[in-house]
Every structure is written in structure tokens, then in C-alpha cells.
Design a protein around this ligand. Sequence first.
Ligand code: ATP
Ligand code: HSE
Length: 295
Amino acid sequence: MSELPPLELRVPATSANLGPGFDSLGLAWDLCDRVRVRVAREYAVEVTGEGAGDVPRGPDHLIIATLLGALRDLGGPVPPAVALEAENAIPHARGLGSSAAAVVAGLLAAWTWARPGRPVDERWLLRRARAVEGHLDNAAPALLGGLTLVVPGEDRVLRLPLDPRVAGAAFVPGDALATRAARGVLPPTVPHTDAAENAGAAGLLVHALAGAPEELLAATRDRLHQPYRAPLMPASAALVERLRDAGAAAVVSGAGPTVVVLGTAAELAGIAPATGFRVRRLRPGPGASVGTPGD
Ligand SMILES: Nc1ncnc2c1ncn2[C@@H]1O[C@H](COP(=O)(O)OP(=O)(O)OP(=O)(O)O)[C@@H](O)[C@H]1O
Ligand SMILES: N[C@@H](CCO)C(=O)O
């Protein structure tokens, strides 16, 4: 068991939905959590940065629980305990994919211990991530990097072309909002007209992100989730409206309450801070990586 090597992983923050692409489009950012795991006699968890005061310190820590479950699924080896060190940069429960990043870290670590030297089986990893997360639009870009499309109902994930001029600015509020709560307010059905608007906007968004950033404002309109969630995040909803009225392609990131503006670096340079939000400049980034410490 002690032959299982210590591992170091990096996993990116992600924005799911991007406006009209509910549960299907997602984008990885250059904001990453760093995680180290090793076999130990007793569980030990050291966390710095985001969520440090809140996450469990034992086998129920999301990364460790995911790792152990996946090792069992892969037929072992399951160590007596693991020690985990995490430097968290991704804010928790803000719509930037922190839980998907943790799940992808646990699954990549499990694969690396159970199948050393073998390229990760993406279908296995995404199936496991779906079982934990319920949807894949954060896990897919966290694993693959860049812009990804999940086809809900089909077991398929595509990496889509992304114009290198596209960047982001995240407005992260102080208050958290659990994804589960934000999904709980969505109605079981939506009007046909809203579905049609979103279908058109999602198609335009893929086109805009691939090479027509001047279309981003028109392409980021959403009728399927943001209006229903607005009462849970009134400050974010007001900020989206204000930014869009000023011509910026602002959307709610994932289930919120972070607001993300998509645009070229030149457009984003003019974005002013907003009271009650931390602003973080973002660039699209690569997917998760795993190696041994010091690599
Ligand atoms: N790095 C982490 N380590 C341990 N637990 C984590 C970590 N990241 C997230 N979690 C757990 O997941 C919860 C947040 O998950 P949730 O799905 O509500 O939000 P999110 O993933 O940040 O946002 P979204 O899914 O909308 O992008 C945290 O409160 C914490 O319990
Ligand atoms: N598509 C998911 C993303 C959660 O991060 C939702 O909006 O609920």
C-alpha cells in the first residue's frame, strides 16, 4: 500500500450554463485548487484558502470520500487512510464549480492509484462525476479544460472551439448559495417560447465563443434558469441587468450567485468594480492535471 505514490493535482474553477446553455455548456478558468494526497495511517486534512473553516476533516471530506468510493469501484487498492493538503482558490457555493473540482480531483487521484500509467478513461470519470454531482456541465470542463458541451440524456461530452480573445471577469458575492437550493426553485416545465429563445441563443453562443465575440451580448440571453433564480440572489440579478444594460455580456455563473462577464480583454478592461462583490479577472484555462509532488 505504501507503494501508492503521493499525488499532486490541479483542478480549475468552471462556469456552467454561460447564460442559455443550461446543464450543457461549461468553461474552465485559470483559477485552480491545488491538492496533495498520500497514503497515511490516520486521516489528516489540511486546508488553506477558500472553505478552509467549513470542510470536513476526515473521510467525509468530498475529495477523500470521492477518492475512496472510486477506488472501490475500480477494485482497489483502498489505503487504510489518506492525508490531504488543499490550497483552495475556488470559492465554495458561489457557482464556480468548487464541488465539481473536488470530485474531479478525487476521481483522477483514484484512477492514478488504481490504473497507474494508463490514460484516464474519460467516460468512467464523467459517469462517476455525474453520479456525485447529478449533472456534468462543471465536471466536463474541469476535466477537459476550455469550453465543453455536455449533451444531457446522452453520455457525450465535446470540447468546443474557443476564440483566444475571449476572457472573463467574475463578480463573487460574499453570500453563498448551495446549488441544490438553486435547482430547487426551477419549475418542472417552461413555456415553448422561452425554450425556443434559449435554443437560438445557445446556438449563437457556440458561434460567438468560437470566433465572433461581438455577438456575446445577444448570445448570452437566458429564459430557462436565471429569471427563476433571481429572487434567491437579488444583488446578482440586479448586477447582471445593470451590466447588460451597459452592453456587457453578463450571466450568472453556474447556479450562482457569482456573475461572470464574457468578452475580449479590451472590453473587460472597462468593467468597474461593484459594491458587495470581489472582482476576479479570468482567462480560459486547461483541465485538471495529476502528477507526483515536485514534477
Ligand atoms: N475543495 C472542496 N473540498 C471539500 N468540499 C468541497 C470543496 N469544494 C466544494 N465542496 C463542498 O461542496 C459545496 C459547494 O457545492 P455547490 O455545488 O453547492 O457549489 P459550487 O460547486 O461551488 O457551485 P456550482 O455547482 O453552482 O458551480 C461546499 O459547501 C462544500 O461542502
Ligand atoms: N447547470 C447547473 C450548474 C450548477 O453549477 C445548474 O445551473 O444548476
